[in-house]
Design a protein around this ligand. Structure first.
Ligand SMILES: NC(=O)c1ccc[n+]([C@@H]2O[C@H](COP(=O)([O-])OP(=O)(O)OC[C@H]3O[C@@H](n4cnc5c(N)ncnc54)[C@H](OP(=O)(O)O)[C@@H]3O)[C@@H](O)[C@H]2O)c1
Length: 332
């Protein structure tokens, strides 16, 4: 499609995706959601970013995840997304779930970080302005702040809902103990926590030690980020380190050394995936989706071909005992 042609979403998009209920709420989320942490910054190719959003939406991915600091520079992913919404998605706003977060460093001085009411209120106002939106569907506190009273942070989330700037609220990167306290405060305020956003992948299974049990017990949804361990759980590094990959792009979050260290496990997991007739990316995603405590898997992508590969994960989310054992042996 040429860049000046009017975008019309694929008519069969909802047949291509499954939707799961988020905790105890009325909200259904797609089994795969798309995050804008990478590939939507000021220096990224705008037409590619635009194609990624269209490709996701055409495949039933209705949920797009942002944060104030996504870019680089911080704030630029929101601007890119706002531009795409304005150009292509005006009439689809009510078919989209857009989330945003604050909690990491956003601007200098004592009011641009962590979890004070001062920071969170200003940050959401700025984010709405950059995206050209009146409200977000989900607003998260991005990480716990041990110096601000939890009551202050949670009552700010409640305030945002009451002001109509967010429909639902969530927490990210909270450990089970602090999450449980926060859930109680939010419930008492009348704004129950919708969803928790932790990191979870074959390579990082910390949520299995209590968090997922807590979410199930409290009927809070779970959306897992970095399910592909930022690209390591795909076939992209099997033949070496491609240019334009996150590991070779000066990312502070993934480097060549980590990829090389994990390579024996990546090769062994790829063999298991092949026997399931899946790519490694598909298996890594379906391995998370096999657990019905999970609401959605939050992927990233630099190319539309990656989205098209990853969405096929939903076709096979059942694992035999033998497959699970083999995977555990590799990961040991
Ligand atoms: N709450 C938090 O603290 C937090 C933290 C991190 C992320 N997140 C959220 O989670 C989202 C996803 O995180 P992530 O980007 O780390 O997720 P990821 O899905 O683990 O990694 C995405 C990267 O993997 C590669 N990739 C994806 N699909 C592929 C495929 N099918 N075949 C080959 N390579 C593939 C691409 O790497 P290349 O770019 O190298 O091509 C892509 O950029 C973020 O955008 C953000 O919304 C939240």
């Amino acid at each position: 499609m040429s860049k000046n042609q009017k975008y019309k979403a694929a008519e069969n998009r909802y047949e291509k995706m499954n939707y799961r209920r988020t905790g105890n709420s009325g909200l259904l989320l797609p089994e795969l959601s798309l995050g804008l942490w990478h590939n939507f910054g000021a220096k990224d190719d705008f037409e590619n970013s635009r194609d990624l959003i269209k490709c996701a939406f055409d495949n039933g991915i209705t949920h797009f995840d942002l944060a104030n600091n996504y870019g680089p520079p911080p704030g630029s992913a929101e601007k890119t997304f706002g531009k795409i919404l304005k150009k292509d998605f005006k009439k689809y706003r009510d078919e989209m779930i857009i989330s945003n977060k604050a909690g990491y460093t956003m601007w200098p001085g004592p009011y641009g970080d962590f979890g004070s009411k001062k920071y969170l209120v200003a940050s959401l106002d700025q984010s709405l302005h950059r995206m050209g939106l009146e409200y977000v569907d989900i607003f998260y506190h991005h990480r716990p702040d041990y110096d601000t009273p939890l009551e202050e942070t949670m009552s700010t989330l409640d305030l945002m809902v009451r002001q109509g700037k967010a429909l639902y609220v969530g927490l990210s990167n909270y450990q089970p103990k602090e999450a449980e306290k926060a859930f109680k405060i939010l419930k008492d305020l009348g704004t129950p926590c919708l969803i928790h956003q932790p990191r979870y992948s074959l390579f990082d299974r910390w949520v299995e030690n209590g968090l997922l049990d807590l979410l199930e017990k409290q009927k809070v949804g779970a959306i897992c980020f970095s399910p592909l361990a930022q690209g390591m759980l795909t076939d992209k590094y099997l033949k070496g380190l491609p240019k334009n990959s996150r590991a070779l792009n000066d990312s502070p979050f993934l480097n060549k050394e980590t990829v090389l260290e994990m390579m024996p496990k990546i090769i062994a997991l790829n063999e298991i995936a092949k026997n399931r007739n899946q790519t490694l990316a598909q298996m890594a995603i379906s391995w998370i989706l096999k657990d019905d405590r999970i609401t959605s898997v939050l992927i990233g992508a630099s190319k539309t071909s990656q989205i098209l590969d990853s969405v096929k994960a939903i076709e096979n989310v059942v694992f035999s005992e033998e497959e699970l054992k083999k995977i555990d042996v590799v990961l040991r």
